[in-house]
Design a protein around this ligand. Structure first.
Ligand code: 5AD
Ligand code: SF4
Length: 435
């Protein structure tokens, strides 16, 4: 196999994979390779994979099949969580050329060279030394950028593969994060979303928490907006909640997964919070920032979940009034404790529960969107809309907002919200805020 000259990175799954995919692309570009949007025209295709549910994992194998069928026969590298979880198995099953885990992708150029030389190229190590020190500097990014500050998970929810695929909780050092934030702003970012599997567990050697980091980023000139995701209820400190009250750049949005509304199910999931302790956290968050948009993750059909227990999830949704949320059917994952649990919920029951849950969440999202009508807010323009002259951006509450304007991508525009749909808002421009 010859050394690839062009490459294409395709990321599946969570925002951290999007971030990792960007960093891998920067690595390959620093080697002199050229990025291409067309996977069928690339010499090297990196599939940056997700292992969280069975469906996500299966996508990898269908993608590999599709690439091979096309006949171009590119070098295929499997990165991400499937690479970590299945390692050599993928090489056997799908004859891919490179396998690289999420903590080892700084070695991608060497692995690609090895594969080109016909050598085995597999690295799923979780080295004590961090990959971040080996990645090239950030160069050009869009108005809204991701920044990984924390990785891994020590919580071991019984359904979840993340503690196995991403390893133990690790926080990046304070100074490295602030430096990367400044580099992102220099490269064009006006909004930064701090990422971590348990981002609010971020801490450093001096015992500082995410609130201190957010307050430091608040002082970065030309950075306009700060967000963070995903958080665990148990790491939601009062200091972080207080930051929502007084850090102006911190956007009024909190993604705080709860997964289920029944204490018995939460215990079986090893969530280490109860329905009540979760609701009390949200009370304090709302006290600090009354207009905050709340978001969550839900799993229906966890082993043994009864109809009555599912109703408790529905009641919790009614009690919270989420602005948006993600919901999934339980998917047993190899190696996790829940995969061994009795009480499998039939697929038809899961389907019905998911439908009801999603209908309730859609109703609440529409209701939340409706409360924005009549409000004035700032929108960070991220891309062109579908209609001529229309641009799209995000409200402080993470809603998509479209409006007619001659503003450019990266502009912050003050708008009046005039109408609300189920998934977006429409607005009229008021004032352009200078960059
Ligand atoms: N089955 C279904 N959903 C899952 N999630 C994590 N593991 C599973 C699983 N085995 C969901 C949780 C988590 C989100 C990222 O994915 O809701 O918060
Ligand atoms: Fe998975 Fe639970 Fe860790 Fe989230 S907190 S990554 S759901 S184990």
């Amino acid at each position: 196999m010859t050394t690839p000259k062009t490459f294409h990175v395709k990321s599946f799954g969570c925002q951290m994979n999007v971030y990792d995919g960007e960093r891998m692309a920067e690595l390959m570009a620093a080697q002199g390779m050229t990025a291409t949007d067309d996977p069928n025209a690339a010499d090297l295709v990196v599939l940056n994979t997700c292992h969280i549910r069975e469906k996500a994992t299966e996508k990898v194998y269908s993608d590999i099949g599709r690439l091979r069928k096309h006949g171009a026969d590119p070098m295929i590298a499997i990165a991400g969580c499937v690479a970590q979880a299945e390692g050599a198995e993928i090489v056997r099953r799908a004859k891919v050329d490179v396998v690289v885990g999420p903590q080892a992708y700084h070695n991608l150029p060497r692995l690609v060279a090895d594969a080109a030389a016909g050598l085995p190229a597999l690295d799923t190590d979780m080295p004590p030394e961090s990959k971040f020190g080996h990645l090239p500097a950030r160069r050009r990014v869009g108005p809204s950028a991701f920044l990984t500050v924390q990785e891994g998970c020590d919580k071991f929810c019984t359904y979840c593969v993340v503690p196995y695929t991403r390893g133990a909780e690790i926080s990046r050092p304070f100074a490295a994060i602030v430096d990367e934030a400044k580099a992102l702003v220099d490269a064009g970012a006006r909004e930064i979303t701090l990422l971590g599997q348990n981002v609010n567990a971020w801490t450093d050697a001096d015992g500082r928490g995410l609130d201190v980091l957010i307050r430091a980023l608040d002082r970065v000139p030309s950075l306009e907006r700060i967000r963070y995701t995903t958080s665990h209820p148990n790491d939601m400190t009062q200091e972080l909640i207080d930051a929502h009250a007084d850090v102006e750049k911190l956007m009024p949005f909190l993604h705080l997964p709860v997964q289920a509304g029944s204490d018995r199910v939460l215990k079986a999931m090893n969530r280490s919070h109860t329905r009540d302790s979760y609701l009390r956290i949200l009370d304090r968050v709302r006290a600090a920032r009354p207009d905050i948009a709340l978001s969550g993750d839900f799993i229906v059909g966890f082993p043994g979940e009864t109809d009555a227990e599912f109703e408790e999830t529905m009641q919790l949704i009614d009690a919270v009034g989420y602005a948006q949320a993600f919901s999934f059917k339980y998917s047993p994952r190899p190696g996790t404790p829940a995969a061994e649990m009795a009480g499998e919920v039939p697929m038809a029951v899961m389907d019905e529960r998911l439908q009801r849950l999603q209908a309730a969440l859609a109703r609440d999202q529409q209701a939340f969107n409706a409360t924005a009508v009549g409000r004035t807010c700032r929108v960070l323009v991220e891309r062109k809309g579908r209609l001529p002259g229309q641009m799209l951006g995000k409200s402080p509450w993470l809603q998509s907002v479209h409006f007619v304007t001659d503003a450019a991508i990266s502009d912050l525009v003050e708008v009046d919200i005039v109408a609300a749909g189920p998934l977006s808002l429409s607005a009229v421009e008021r004032v352009r805020i200078a960059a």
